[in-house]
Design a binder for this molecule. Sequence first.
Ligand SMILES: [Zn+2]
Length: 519
Amino acid sequence: MEKYYITTAIDYVNAKPHVGHAYEKIAADVLARFYRLLGRKVFFVTGLDEHGSKIEKAAKQAGIEPQKFCDQMAEEFKSAWHSLDISYDYFIRTTEKRHYKASQEVFSRLQAKGDIYKSSYTGLYCEGCEDFVRERDLDENGNCPAHKTKPKEVSEENYFFKLTKYKADIKKWLLDNPNALRPESRFKQVLNQLDDPELGDFSVTRSRASLNWGVPVPGDDNQVIYVWLDALTNYITAVGFPDDTKTMDQYWPADLHLIGKDITKFHAIYWPAMLISADLALPKQVYGHGFITVEGQKISKSLGNVIDPMALAAEYSPDAVRFALLSCTPFDQDGDFSKEELIRKVNADLANNLGNLLNRTLTLVQKNCNGTVPNVSLDKDWTDQLGTLRANFATHMSRLEFAKALEVTFLMVDSTNKYINDKKPWALFKEGKQADGEAVLYTSLEVLRLVTVLLYPFIPNIAEGIWSQLGFEKTIAEIIKAQDSIGSHDTLFDTIKTGQLTKLTGPVFKRIEEPVLSS
Ligand SMILES: [Zn+2]
């Protein structure tokens, strides 16, 4: 059975999850569910980055120990992801004891390679970035452009990693494997960064005096492992590094590191360099997605537009939120999300287009075929169209073009509604042309069957509702679980069975009432 190991960025626990965090987890969940449909053995990991000075500070402000603070935040994140039906297989936390061991092992391996050296360093450090920033990158007020805060001048003795030794290797890896870093714009950006002579060795530790909340450096009590070496290592801790070599061999290298575009450099340069030094394989793909703005504005605490994903899911249903977020904008670019657009999109596509096709088809099947799937075989033209849909959908998914995958699916729903309008099966039955009427209904049932399977990764609850109304006895989730043991996905992609009893039990998705605007 082919595996699929997908990770998200681990979120920093200094603040509660917002809709921007949710966006990435939903995208990863859609991919995980899609590859489970295809019969791959999926391991989907998300979790939390729990070290660093910001967290130490936030815990202090809350008047509790850092570990307790992290434990509380971990519950917040887990609840948020459960409310959105994020089906992760493992939730990693960098305060796990085995992660300490993994980070220390990576450090020791780099050291054994001769790639770690001690040096004193003076630089401008931005706590928001958890990184040193260059003077010329600051804004006109001398602030970090991303965080609008003044970086501190820091001077201390740290351990450094010889990144410069691996720059040529990384460049070769990318040029030989353009798919290793997507989308295209991020690929070009990283190649430029690799050519920048200022991209030098980087610090992998901090002194205990400036950072206490972290993984201790093996053999040096005065230093802790610096945030990036610690955080990036989570991807191998989760698959058992260093002790569980069986799991590590099964899943590593990762098939996809899904991350926000702002941390591409760390994932496409720092991380591969550390992996080469540690004699570990490189990830198959790093994908740096665009950001969501809310009602036209960047999501930020100070702007007060942080939308709680749990509240959103409670108000509109998890499926509506998942669907709206991934259809609102191309995943590689920045785009806007608004409640108004969510309501418009789910009403148009889910309630009207898809809901209408399901409802009218099943009503006609009840009335004219005793509720059972008629005994017809699909004509060649429709067989071809559905084959093309399935292939195009898979291509878009492999490129993380979620909005396009949804678009081709809903074009099929749309054209099937038009087909029914044209063929008028109700009139065919009235005229006694039973076989002709049944052929139209069978076509529509087959479209609904395939569309439901394809939409399941995006809208799992609605898809299960439609699946059940189409008369399948086992749920999609049950079928996936069963195929895990037989290593096959044929059942889900089989044509709908003649004689299967459909169940018209009301709308699977209700229209969202649009709020009445008061003047
Ligand atoms: Zn910053």
